[in-house]
Design a protein around this ligand. Structure first.
Ligand code: GDP
Length: 297
């Protein structure tokens, strides 16, 4: 499907080395290939441009001094730089869940995988950290979404807040907070309503809930296959409600993972997890090495 970047670069350098020593221009030619590969992997243009510039600075000096296998050398520099950009602070997959009950706010567009991811994270907190978790759906517009969370809760053995009709998202959030406090839960997760696109009403609602519960984590769940759109959604949510981390879903698909790079470069927020399927187990902590390998092809 995609031409392998490593091979492509070797080809470029083969041609170049026959003409003599590597110059800055030679590296530039190779980096043009890198840029194309990044764009093919769905990295946004400005991010790809900045990335190539950073690599160029590192590659120029090195390539001239050690030109044994220049192609591989540039690939390694590119790889290391990818990992560098992708890495966030803190341990991947680590969530702030001290000071019980710790609220986690889940935000994102409809269909991004928010409800599924809420349950996946709850299961993980329960099984890996022995946390008592309460989940609550704030999606007052779609009763089916509330029921979906309840069904998932039963499936993974995690409690959900009883559904009460006619309450606002804020009222439900406060009820969740109360129940979590009284019931001795360690964490309560609020699965907010998603829309097909960002609108003021949705943001206002999420803001009200955020102000009321003061979440320890606000996680944005976005479809990793949507590339540039995912990045725009992240920027918007971050500007309006302030996110603490990102979960990229559908990374089991055949996307090249470029959204991860753009996401990191543009928002500066850590990618905490990746979703790798519909099953409750299909959640992994984000590993920069893996995505770097995928982008390089
Ligand atoms: P929400 O509207 O954001 O709450 O999205 P849902 O959680 O209902 O997910 C929408 C669909 O995407 C469901 O069919 C999920 O099973 C599916 N889904 C969620 N995460 C993943 C993932 O990581 N990979 C795949 N392949 N499907 C996913």
């Amino acid at each position: 499907m995609f031409e392998n970047l490593s091979e492509r670069l070797s080809g470029v350098f083969d041609r170049l080395t026959k003409q003599g020593a590597l110059s800055e221009d030679d590296v530039k030619t190779a980096l043009r290939e890198v840029r194309v590969a990044l764009l093919e992997a769905d990295v946004s243009l400005p991010v790809a441009r900045d990335f190539v510039k950073a690599v160029q600075e590192k590659a120029t000096g090195q390539a001239v001094t050690k030109s044994v296998t220049p192609g591989q050398q540039v690939v390694k520099i590119v790889h290391d730089e990818l990992v560098h950009v992708l890495e966030g602070e803190g341990e991947p997959g680590e969530l702030k869940v001290d000071n019980a009950p710790a609220p986690i706010l889940m935000v994102g567009l409809q269909g991004g995988g928010k409800t599924t991811t809420t349950a996946k994270i709850a299961k993980r907190l329960k099984e890996k950290q022995g946390k008592r978790v309460l989940m609550a759906s704030l999606d007052i517009y779609r009763p089916a979404a509330m029921q979906q969370l309840e069904v998932l809760g039963r499936q993974i053995g995690v409690d959900t807040l009883p559904i009460v009709e006619g309450q606002s998202a804020l009222q439900i959030a406060k009820r969740a907070q109360q129940q979590a406090t009284m019931g001795g839960y360690d964490v309560y997760m609020l699965d907010t309503a998603g829309r097909l696109q960002i609108d003021e009403k949705l943001m206002g609602e999420v803001e009200d809930v955020r102000n009321a519960v003061k979440p320890r984590e606000t996680l944005l769940v976005v479809d990793g296959l949507t590339g540039q759109v995912a990045v725009e959604v992240a920027e918007e949510f971050d500007a309006k409600v302030g996110i603490t981390g990102v979960v990229l879903t559908r990374m089991d698909g055949d996307g090249r993972g470029g959204a991860a790079l753009s996401m990191r470069a543009v928002t500066g927020k850590p990618i905490k997890f990746v979703g790798l399927g519909e099953k409750m187990e299909a959640l992994e902590e984000f590993r920069p090495e893996q995505i770097a390998g995928r982008i390089l092809g």
